[in-house]
Design a binder for this molecule. Structure first.
Ligand code: C2E
Ligand code: CA
Ligand code: CA
Ligand code: CA
Length: 277
């Protein structure tokens, strides 16, 4: 197959299924997009439920594909994980996120935290901690402003390795949160030994509030309280969900109701906008 041109070919063997072809093409395109730094970090704001103040953002990758429009991370992150491209991509997001938040500071934004998603594959990299420290050092961002989002399955995949990593990260002053909490299989016993700062209630449970989902949401909030952890709800779309969460004592909230994921410039404008009474 030839390579390099816009219509770079992937060596399709005839017996490849259509799905396999699409995936091979996606992989080739992704490789190229990473080389050309064509992906973008978007930022979704996070708010304090009590005061309503913006307190942080979550970095979410976006890929504007030349022919297919925006490709969803749900589609390209698994490809990046399978191919190992996530290591380079993850390092890049980490650097961009730290640099962007440090730049917003200088432009008058309140001191926001920035949450960055971490894949299992990245955690297995021997020098992932070095990447984290380099991103902080280069940007000048205080470690306590960076939060790494880990999923339960990632933690349970290699508990010993994850624990070693988590302790090192906490010693460096970086914050840790467990994403999609309640959807994985981490046992409560492990939860007690994880040096984490925050639990993130999965969107699935938030979606059905206040009619259903409240049993699990209540339990997660109580669990966080008991362990002295903060708790954030993701996927808040309706005012009644936010009301319920506020009354239940949830600390932070994130979702389309409060703010969509947006480009850095737009987030900065939102964060520096004078408060409207
Ligand atoms: P996640 O970490 O659970 O991220 C939350 C997802 O929910 C995001 O989808 C976000 O856009 C979406 N979301 C936020 N508020 C709402 C809401 O109110 N309603 C609904 N229905 N959805 C909402 P997105 O951006 O498509 O990302 C999907 C997943 O891709 C993420 O799930 C995360 O697992 C992964 N991902 C995204 N960026 C990165 C990254 O930089 N690194 C890694 N390793 N994974 C990433
Ligand atoms: Ca996340
Ligand atoms: Ca999540
Ligand atoms: Ca998820």
């Amino acid at each position: 197959a030839k390579s390099g041109g816009r219509n770079r070919l992937v060596a399709f063997v005839p017996e490849m299924t259509l799905a396999a072809q699409r995936r091979a093409q996606l992989e080739a395109d992704l490789r190229r997009a990473i080389e050309q730094e064509a992906l973008l970090p978007y930022y979704q704001p996070q708010f304090d439920c009590r005061t309503g103040a913006m307190v942080g953002v979550e970095a979410l990758l976006r890929w504007p594909h030349p022919e297919r429009g925006f490709v969803s991370p749900g589609e390209f992150i698994p490809v990046a994980e399978d191919t190992g491209l996530i290591v380079e991509l993850g390092r890049w997001v980490l650097r961009r996120a730290c640099a962007d938040v440090a730049a917003w500071d200088r432009q008058g934004a309140p001191p926001l935290t920035v949450a960055v998603n971490v894949s299992a594959r990245q955690l297995k990299e021997p020098d992932f901690l070095g990447d984290v420290l380099a991103a902080l050092h280069t940007s000048g961002l205080a470690p306590g402003r960076l939060e790494l989002e880990l999923t339960e399955s990632l933690l349970m995949d290699d508990v010993e390795g994850a624990l070693t990593f988590m302790h090192a990260v906490r010693v460096a002053g970086v914050r840790l949160s467990i994403d999609d909490f309640g959807t994985g299989y981490s046992s409560l016993a492990y939860l007690q030994s994880f040096p984490i700062n925050q639990l993130k209630v999965d969107r699935k449970f938030v979606q059905s509030l206040p009619v259903a989902g409240h049993t699990i949401a209540t339990a997660v909030i109580a669990l966080a309280r008991g362990f002295g952890l903060a708790v954030i709800a993701e996927g808040v779309e309706r005012p009644e969900q936010l009301e319920w969460l506020r009354a239940a004592g949830c600390d932070h909230a994130q979702g389309f109701l409060l703010g969509m994921p947006m480009p850095a410039a737009q987030l900065l404008a939102l964060a520096t906008r004078p408060a409207t009474p």
